[in-house]
Design a binder for this molecule. Sequence first.
Ligand code: SAH
Ligand code: DHB
Ligand code: MG
Length: 221
Amino acid sequence: MSQEQWSEVDRYIKELFVPPDPALDDAMQDSEAAGLPAISVTPSQGKLLFILARAIGARSILEIGTLGGYSTIWLARGLAPGGRLFTLEADPKHAAVARANLARAHLDDAVQVRVGPALETLPQLAARGVGPFDLVFIDADKRNNSAYFEWALRLSHRGTLIIVDNVVRRVALYDEDSEDEDVIGTREFNAALAAEPRVHATIIQTVGSKGYDGFAIAVVR
Ligand code: SAH
Ligand code: DHB
Ligand code: MG
């Protein structure tokens, strides 16, 4: 199968399961118009995040890596009534686009966007006593995945679902001697996750319009 076929099937799935939706479609369009990289989760992956949040009855969600807020909208829509979501973004320009997209989706009350490197904003959240979270979605700079996972565990409870994006992308394409910090970080993270006694975890490979990739899913024991 080729990338062209994966994209075609992804379109087919989107047409079946993700009907046109102004808030999501405009978020995608305005992110692109603002020059943000086209690296958000795909529509069917976004719907999966929504389904997982719903399935666990999430009342509190933490996202690391906001971009234009596309995945944020999906996750926030999966919150139980009155639920809250914190999303962490290093780039002020990305955060500004996300805030506008979240406001248009009528999610600005439920969602707080925190600007700054996540390794600075996470200790601030923890110091304020925020959490524990029912679901954590890690999707920022891959070299820090292990540090983010450690924070996710610290801000979790028994049953918290932790999802990590892009744990196969590039790792599977580069050799084991890659010197790319993000590839090394992802490899180290995957190995540590496999050995982590505090969670049950696995990695699911995916294909689609964003190519060949995968996400890690873990539940806190
Ligand atoms: N979750 C988004 C995509 C996130 S892309 C979606 O699916 O729609 C990764 C984001 O992480 C980018 O916006 C990037 O600016 C941000 N990022 C990179 N390094 C970061 C850091 N150290 N702290 C917080 N965010 C970071
Ligand atoms: C990149 C980051 C992502 O979170 C993603 O889903 C795809 C690509 C990137 O940095 O290239
Ligand atoms: Mg990603």
